[in-house]
Design a binder for this molecule. Structure first.
Ligand code: NAD
Ligand code: ZN
Length: 380
């Protein structure tokens, strides 16, 4: 039994008091885990676009004060009642979407949209009692997507925790708890490009580059990267992207440019921008008869897009995915193993590292487009 088990822990957390304002490192109280919950000591967390997006409050309801963070790695500190799969000391990745293993989605081989624990950006409290486990002087601080990893300790539902190989370096595999697995899975699990295919990737951030990595692993012969930021092209060469298109360089729609480059369209496309115009382009640039487009980017609240129904009738398929269709508890340990076996390289995604007290720098690096992934080291 650890000395902190069953007790409130006082620790540092980066609190977002208001939308778009720098986070403030505060001393928070973290309550012990309740039934089916675990309390984690976070060692490394990284910043993902989705944190920035909800911090800017472009998403649905702004919920503040809140502790953001969902890409992370840590160690189980204590477990609540009913938790049998995890014990203190286990190495884990918390995940923003869960797997209860009981519902019809968890029982389906096709879905990872768990009825109980699927991503919910509007909920700032724990499921069991509708309360937050974080507080400052008795005032509750909201959770974010059930993970809130910008804190030295956090409480997470057991269904949102993947137990991983204890040998895996946590400062590297932390990026697998969201963005990199999402992009990789979007290609390998959802787009499924046959060997030799041509794949277009819209958006060459960490998620898009992970999708490109998936295309490389699948044996794609051409990987076309599309981005508005030309700085991303140099970096993307390391990820097997073979050709580049900047929509700004053309006066016709990018889907037309791609169709001309590929004799009618690509076999697969994966959209990783969150921009709805890019979503239309990603769909319309796939070849008729067999093309499949996969949407990954998170759109803004009021976005919608239109396309002529004939584009669908002509046997193009549009799909979307959360977390690359991976079931967090069942599948994530094997993605970590891919890294351990050197099939998947994570180092090239990690462009920056900061200490916890410098967490706002990670936001600046992402907003300016300078970083792919910035690791935030919680200790030392
Ligand atoms: P990022 O900001 O690092 O990368 C996005 C890239 O898209 C940038 O390089 C930007 O220049 C480019 N871009 C923007 N608009 C474009 C356009 N119209 N055409 C071409 N390129 C354009 O972000 P990221 O961390 O790589 O995440 C990418 C997206 O994936 C975000 O929307 C994020 O919220 C989303 N996401 C989704 C899931 C999921 O499970 N579905 C998980 C993680 C992230
Ligand atoms: Zn479920």
């Amino acid at each position: 039994m650890s000395s902190t088990e069953g007790k409130v822990i006082k620790c540092k957390a980066a609190v977002a008091w208001e939308a778009g304002k720098p986070l403030v490192i505060e001393e928070v109280e973290v309550a012990p885990p309740q039934a089916m919950e675990v309390r984690l000591k976070i060692l490394f967390t990284s910043l993902c676009h989705t944190d920035v997006y909800f911090w800017e409050a472009k998403g649905q309801t702004p919920l503040f004060p809140r502790i953001f963070g969902h890409e992370a790695a840590g160690i189980v500190e204590s477990v609540g009642e009913g938790v049998t799969e995890l014990k203190p000391g286990d190495h884990v990745l918390p995940v923003f979407t869960g797997e209860c293993k009981e519902c019809r989605h968890c029982k389906s081989e096709e879905s990872n949209m768990c009825d109980l624990l699927r991503i919910n950006t509007e909920r700032g409290v724990m499921l069991s009692d509708g309360k937050s486990r974080f507080s400052i002087n008795g005032k509750p601080i909201y959770h974010f997507v059930g993970t809130s990893t910008f804190s030295e300790y956090t409480v997470v539902h057991v269904g949102c925790v993947a137990k991983i190989n204890p040998e895996a370096p946590l400062d590297k595999v932390c990026v697998l708890s969201c963005g990199i697995s999402t992009g990789l899975g979007a290609t390998l699990n959802v787009a499924k490009p046959p060997k030799g295919s041509t794949v277009a990737i819209f958006g060459l951030g960490a998620v898009g580059l992970a999708a490109a990595e998936g295309a490389r692993i699948a044996g794609a012969s051409r990987i076309i990267g599309i981005d508005l930021n030309p700085k991303r092209f140099e970096e993307a060469k390391k990820f097997g992207v073979t050709e580049f298109v900047n929509p700004k360089d053309h006066d016709k729609p990018v889907q037309q440019v791609i169709a001309e480059m590929t004799d009618g369209g690509v076999d697969r496309s994966v959209e990783c921008t969150g921009n709805f115009n890019a979503m239309i382009s990603a769909f319309e640039c796939v070849h008729d008869g067999w093309g499949v487009a996969v949407l990954v980017g998170v759109p803004s609240k009021d976005d919608s897009f239109k396309t002529h129904p004939m584009n669908v009738l002509n046997e193009r398929t549009l799909k979307g995915t959360f977390f690359g269709n991976f079931k967090p508890r069942t599948d994530l340990p094997s993605v970590v193993e891919r890294y351990m076996k050197k099939e998947l390289e994570l180092e090239k995604f990690i462009t920056h590292e900061v200490t916890f007290s410098e967490i706002n720098n990670a936001f600046d690096l992402m907003l300016s487009g300078a970083s792919l992934r910035c690791i935030i080291r919680m200790e030392g």
